[in-house]
Design a protein around this ligand. Structure first.
Ligand code: C2E
Ligand code: CA
Ligand code: CA
Length: 681
């Protein structure tokens, strides 16, 4: 609003250039009308205008909309009086004339931003107040030394009558049967700190009737010993939830951590649905969803992070499966989901979407975490109308899915009660695999770029199943971990790798042999002894044994990791950090951990020919590695081009299909003996 047409035009030009939409008004009255009809986000107005002046227009707008819209007034410079009047009329800010145009847009942006923040804050406060009211929640402070109790405003309504001002006062409102306990609890926090947590009834003839209150609180830790001891806390009217026993029922049927239904409730939800007429023509899909890598997250980041992750998974499942018949936590890291589905393809689509939602990264403790999801499902129209049976079939299908490397898998057709043994079979088979000599190691060669010779191999575990054929480790190592068998199998891997290393060395082909360690092996106390005895049994030169650990593993307990790694290296073994670059990668660890080798993850290598940032990351890693005299192995090199790039970026060794796939022992030996690297050939 400005009566001067030149100012109007200039302001419009400047602000439009910054992307604002500007409405112009030549008088105060026009300005107020425009405000009413358009509700702009911000008002900029001159003080001096014929007719209704700026102060009056400002005051009028304030009457209309409280203090929501920022108003900036244009005043003469150094005209303190009109600046004063502008604020009195309700202006948010002022700008002096002549207008400093470069600053104008900035001031406008600032005013808009702070009004936005104010609005949000008001919203938060309102929601908070509403939540407190609904929850019957209030606050209190007890200054113990002066025996003085103070309450938030709503205390009167919640407790009935005037809020008590001393502890004794409070106790008179408490039911005589609870009085002593409440008094003791207060005295205990006053004396020895800690937490207060009491629940009590108000006395029988309290004006608000029968009522149950909980008070929780904590003594404030004062730095200043002269400060009186104070206890802060909240109180809540929990009459309704206690009286109806809703809470008790809730806990019996829900999982405490995620708030989801538990297995019992889930099964009864399925049963209830199947009993409805709707279920006759509409099918139900029941799925069993398992987080394969969860145990590792738990071990690497600690239990409370594991809990946080589970809660987030539950949250994501909830939003990805709106309108479901049931969603439950049916096991530690296992979830059940029941969805209405007309047919198989609809079921498949819906489950696919849920699984995809879980494939996105989670953020736990400021760290990106991925879970690997594997789900099995059954369909009421095909697998029967029995709730328990549907769930069991879904679970069996999930275990099959994991073994066969599928993300999702439908339960097989003619399932019956004996089908259940199928999954147990797998566990049984895995348990026996060791005795039955079904495990073998394959070896993938690693070529040094200097000299182009094979200098080492990584041993990779395979399960040679009589029926299924060669099973890759991603499909059964998580199972071994879950079943607690990884220690035993890991020990076998160590012995076998040492035996092989010695055999090659004795045949005049000394190769460094790398062994992967799983989290459980690494955390166990017997690891060092295990390695020593494997090496001693086969007289393996220690420098030929390399141990691959992942960063997340080392991070879990860095001090312990450093101690163990130091011990291993002192004994002459090599230590490699596996999959470097994907986990918690921090170059800081390179400096802190005593290691020999960094294995640059395949993900980086895959992108090295395409993206500059990945090249920059690799360059940074190799530069530091060089200065620390560490070996860098590029994993998963598949093409000549990737190999050239990695060489140019300073990697020292190459591993990947470009050199060779992992090979059985005999083939590996022949490969190494005949190996001739012919770049470009
Ligand atoms: P990893 O340690 O990262 O092993 C490298 C994986 O990448 C191997 O898969 C290997 O076959 C594959 N690979 C190698 N070169 C290429 C390539 O050029 N392209 C592609 N696409 N892939 C390549 P594998 O053998 O299936 O092993 C998978 C994971 O299983 C290993 O990942 C390791 O974490 C684990 N693992 C294998 N053996 C053992 C073992 O004895 N103990 C433990 N604890 N874990 C093992
Ligand atoms: Ca490895
Ligand atoms: Ca790796």
């Amino acid at each position: 609003m400005d009566d001067d047409p030149t100012t109007r035009k200039l302001v419009q030009a400047v602000l439009s250039k910054h992307g604002y939409e500007v409405l112009l008004a030549p008088t105060g009255q026009d300005g107020v009308d425009t405000f009413i009809s358009h509700r702009p986000d911000l008002v900029l107005m001159d003080v001096q205008m014929p007719g209704m002046n700026g102060f009056d227009a400002c005051a009028l707008i304030r009457q209309l909309d409280g203090h929501a819209t920022p108003i900036i007034m244009l005043t003469g410079s150094e005209d303190l009086e009109s600046i004063e009047s502008a604020f009195t009329a309700g202006a948010t800010d002022f700008i002096t004339k002549p207008i400093n145009f470069p600053l104008l847009a900035q001031r406008v942006r600032y005013a808009l931003r702070s009004s936005e923040l104010n609005r949000e804050l008001r919203g938060v406060r309102q929601r908070q107040a509403a939540a407190q009211r609904i929850a019957g929640l209030g606050f209190w402070v007890w200054t113990a030394d002066y025996n003085q109790l103070e309450w938030s405003d709503d205390a009167g309504t919640l407790l009935g009558g005037e809020p008590p001002t001393t502890l004794a006062d409070l106790l008179t409102t408490v039911h005589p049967g609870d009085r002593n306990r409440v008094g003791q609890a207060f005295l205990a926090v006053r004396e020895s700190g800690g937490k207060l947590d009491v629940e009590f009834r108000l006395h029988d003839d309290a004006p608000v009737g029968e009522r149950i209150i909980t008070m929780t609180g904590e003594r404030a830790e004062e730095d200043d010993p002269l400060q009186p001891a104070r206890v802060f806390g909240a109180f809540q009217n929990v009459t309704d939830s206690r009286r109806t026993q809703a809470m008790v029922d809730y806990l019996a049927f829900h999982d405490e951590l995620t708030g989801l239904a538990n297995r019992r409730l889930f099964v009864s939800q399925i049963r209830d649905f199947l009993a409805t007429p709707e279920a006759g023509h509409l099918g139900l899909m029941v799925s069993w969803i398992d987080l394969a890598r969860f145990a590792r997250v738990n071990e690497a980041l600690g239990e409370s992070s594991g809990d946080a992750l589970l809660a987030q998974v539950a949250q994501r499942l909830k939003s990805a499966s709106a309108g479901s018949v049931g969603l439950a936590r049916v096991g530690g890291d296992e979830f059940g989901l029941a969805l209405r589905c007309r047919n198989e393809s609809e079921a498949e689509d819906k489950l696919q979407r849920v699984v995809q939602a879980l494939d996105q990264a989670f953020t736990v403790n400021d760290q990106e975490v991925f879970v690997s999801v594997c789900a099995g499902w059954s369909l009421s129209l095909e697998h029967g109308q029995e709730a328990e049976a549907l769930l069991n079939q879904a679970r069996d299908a999930q275990q099959q899915a994991r073994l066969q490397g599928y993300k999702t898998l439908k339960a097989s057709k003619n399932q019956n009660a004996t089908r259940h043994l199928g999954s147990l079979d797998v566990e049984m088979e895995l348990r026996k695999a060791l005795q039955n000599n079904q495990f073998v190691l394959h070896y993938q060669p690693q070529m040094a770029l200097r000299g182009n010779r094979i200098v080492g191999v990584e041993s990779l575990l395979r399960w040679q199943h009589p029926v299924r054929g060669m099973v890759p480790p991603v499909q059964f190592i998580p199972l071994l971990e879950d079943m607690g068998l990884i220690q035993e199998v890991g020990a076998w891997v160590l012995r076998e790798a040492c035996r092989q290393a010695t055999e090659w060395a004795n045949a005049g082909m000394p190769l460094r042999v790398a062994v992967n360690l799983s989290p459980r092996q690494f955390m166990g106390t017997e690891l060092f002894g295990l390695i020593q005895s494997a090496v001693e049994a086969h007289q393996t030169p220690a420098h030929l044994v390399e141990l691959e650990i992942t960063e997340s593993l080392a991070m879990q307990d860095p001090d312990r990791a450093i101690e163990l790694l130091t011990q291993l290296r002192a004994a002459g073994y090599k230590v490699a950090i596996d999959d470097f670059g994907i986990g918690h990668s921090s170059l800081e660890y390179l400096l802190r951990f005593p290691i020999d080798t960094i294995k640059i993850d395949r993900a980086f290598v895959m992108r090295v020919t395409e993206t500059e940032t990945d090249r920059a990351v690799i360059r940074a890693i190799t530069a530091i590695a060089q200065s620390l005299q560490l070996t860098t192995v590029s994993e998963g090199v598949e093409t000549q081009r990737q190999c050239d790039f990695m060489e140019a970026l300073g990697a020292s060794e190459i591993q990947g299909y470009f050199i060779s796939r992992p090979l059985p022992e005999a083939a590996l030996k022949a490969f190494v003996q005949n190996f001739k690297y012919a770049p470009g050939g």
